[in-house]
Design a protein. Structure first.
Length: 201
């Protein structure tokens, strides 16, 4: 059992090392942060979506922005598409693949940002949401685990964290990326929170 634990940690470390060495993805993270900052500066909001564990990540992003990440600061406008009554309604009436797109059509507006998460980058419900966002004049940030995915084709910026054979390793990197993006957003909009010893930008 200890060997399995060790192997899991090694595989997770290898995925992180791969991301650290991927200059293109580091630039994509930076570009995504700039889109988040621009959205907030313009008084617009972030809408996030994903399925399963990716929905949990979408909710995590929204609550850290609208609540707080580290120190106190004004709330940022963000919402995850996660209301079960809404999701079951649209899935029943239109088909599950439309659950995120229909929310974007009804609630998204030009200047908003869709943060779309799919470990495969090919989930129909997430891809359709990205398509709907573009038609609404929204920016789209994609977070995936496979390069060249359908989601990437509809995103202004797509961050791809390839890692391991299964989605769990990808998701481990996704939450790291999300935390980095929130920190970068805070550093831009609330720099005074990061001037303590050892935390300056």
């Amino acid at each position: 059992m200890i060997e399995h634990i060790r192997n899991s940690l090694v595989e997770a470390r290898e995925g992180l090392d791969r991301l650290l060495g991927d200059e293109a993805q580091l630039r994509n993270i930076e570009a995504a942060a700039q889109l988040l900052v621009g959205t907030m500066e313009a008084g617009r909001r972030v809408i996030s979506c994903g399925n399963g564990g990716s929905m949990c990540d979408a909710m995590h992003l929204a609550e850290e922005l609208s609540g707080r990440f580290r120190d106190d600061r004004p709330a940022m406008a963000a919402v995850a598409i996660s209301d079960p009554s809404y999701l079951s309604c649209v899935a029943n009436d239109y088909g599950y693949e439309h659950v995120f797109a229909r929310f974007v059509q009804g609630n998204g507006a030009a200047g908003d940002l869709l943060f779309a998460i799919s470990t495969s980058g090919s989930s129909p419900s997430v891809v359709l949401a990205a398509e709907a966002a573009r038609t609404r004049g929204m920016k789209v940030v994609g977070l995936t685990g496979r390069p060249g995915s359908p989601l990437a084709q509809h995103a202004d910026v797509c961050i791809c964290t390839s890692a391991g054979r299964y989605a769990d390793r990808v998701q481990e990197l996704h939450i790291k990326v999300i935390h980095i993006l929130i920190e970068l957003t805070e550093r831009s909009l609330r720099p005074q929170n990061y001037v303590q010893a050892g935390m300056s930008s």
